[in-house]
Design a protein around this ligand. Structure first.
Ligand code: DGT
Ligand code: MG
Length: 389
């Protein structure tokens, strides 16, 4: 039966992890607006509202066509009254007053600028905003107390605001691979996050590292970062140790958002010539690094300099948790959130980047691949390129 003659409306599932969401879709004129309201709700510490707008946007991303009238939205899940009002106004008038006034507001712009600093979250940004600060320059001018991470964030602000291209991510992949193999031959490295989903640009580059012999990965991160430091490739790094213990962190904490792998938040110094070199030829990692050694190191950071700063996240996972870590670090953030919600609400399971726990059977479900995890969860497998929820 087709209640309204539109098969697509009937097929739209309500959890984002049940749907295929491509990177390029037909409704960015609506999703960008809803995402501004979502972002603004997050700045105002209203998580419920923020997720509601994000879910609404995500449903529109999964539609096979551009929305032309409110009729097209009949039977779609996750579209609350507020989202519908915004969509209606955009369809009728070309824009939404609420969205435009939010976009122009001093608070939205300041929060965007301040949370855009590496190491600054919503809480800190909000405190600064209420103290009258609006931008990274204001922080410097007023001599704010900054931690080491935030100092780096302010220092490299302009570079870190610029999107990282796929070509840059590829050069960084070569470097990370070289570093990891220098300190642990046989280790496996995988590009994660947005780039694994097929994005052409990102705000950072994410990697997951493991070794097929469980235990070999222990203590790996300091070795990698030391190697990178010796090569002069790191502008900043902070490593947190692996603190995951199945007994303590399992069922009770498995649904928590933050994972507990050994992890390094870093800022790489990327030679621009390495990127052009990689783009202009089929040069190997070896060629690229030797080409860069010929360039004079440039200590002055400016537009004219031969390098740029890039945010890189490295995560080390034991082999037995690799499938879960892969699933957890591919994103998108909403897709991950929906997977955990699906697991908990529909399957009485808790999913994290470490494990899947079945509360009914009281046991951990082991998996070697992402496909197995989707199967345990009773979900159709969604490939990374269609997890852009
Ligand atoms: P972007 O902004 O282009 O870098 O986009 P993504 O999707 O790469 O986002 P990113 O880099 O913030 O995070 C990559 C994925 O890793 C994200 O989709 C969810 C996951 N993720 C990020 N941080 C954490 C974390 O602390 N714990 C866990 N479990 N997952 C995380
Ligand atoms: Mg990323």
């Amino acid at each position: 039966p087709k209640p309204n003659g539109d098969p697509t409306a009937m097929l739209m599932k309500s959890y984002a992890c049940q749907r295929r969401t491509p990177l390029k879709h037909h409704n960015s004129f609506l999703t960008e607006a809803l995402e501004i309201l979502s972002q603004n709700a997050e700045y105002n510490d209203n998580e419920g509202r923020s997720v509601a707008f994000r879910r609404a946007a995500s449903v529109l991303k999964a539609l096979p066509r551009r929305v032309r009238s409110m009729q097209d939205l009949r039977c779609l899940p996750c579209l609350g009254d507020h989202s519908q009002r915004v969509i209606k106004e955009i369809l009728e008038d070309g824009s939404s007053r609420e969205v435009e006034s939010t976009r122009q507001s001093e608070q939205y712009q300041a929060m965007k600028a301040l949370t855009g600093i590496f190491g600054v979250g919503v809480r800190t940004a909000d405190r600064w905003f209420r103290e009258g600060l609006r931008s990274p320059d204001d922080l410097i001018r007023t001599g704010q107390q900054l931690n080491r991470e935030q100092q780096a964030g302010v220092q490299y602000y302009d570079d870190l605001q610029k999107p990282v291209t796929k070509a840059e991510a590829d050069v960084i992949s070569d470097i990370v691979e070289k570093a990891v193999h220098a300190v642990l031959p046989g280790a496996e490295i995988q590009l994660m996050g947005g780039f694994r989903r097929g994005k052409e640009v990102g705000h950072d580059v994410d990697f997951l590292i493991t070794h097929p012999e469980e235990g070999k990965e222990e203590g790996l991160m300091p070795k990698i970062t030391n190697w990178l430091k010796e090569q002069g490739l790191l502008l900043y790094q902070k490593t947190t140790r692996n603190s995951y213990l199945e007994k303590m962190d399992g069922p009770a904490r498995a649904s928590s958002n933050m994972d507990r792998f050994e992890r390094c938040f870093s800022i790489f110094k990327l030679q621009k010539c390495a990127v052009s070199c990689k783009l202009s030829s089929t040069a190997s990692a070896e060629d690229v690094s030797t080409a860069c050694e010929r360039e004079r190191p440039d200590e002055h950071h400016s537009e004219a300099s031969g390098w740029r700063a890039v945010r890189v996240d490295l995560v080390v996972s034991p082999y037995s948790q690799f499938a879960f870590a892969t699933l957890g670090w591919t994103g998108s953030k909403l897709f991950e959130r929906e997977l955990r919600r699906w697991a908990g609400q529909e399957k009485h399971m808790s999913l994290s980047s470490h494990a899947l726990y079945d509360s009914k059977q009281n046991l951990y479900l082991r998996a070697k691949t992402e496909e197995e995890i989707f199967a345990y969860l009773g979900l159709e497998f969604i490939p990374p390129s269609e997890r852009n929820a």
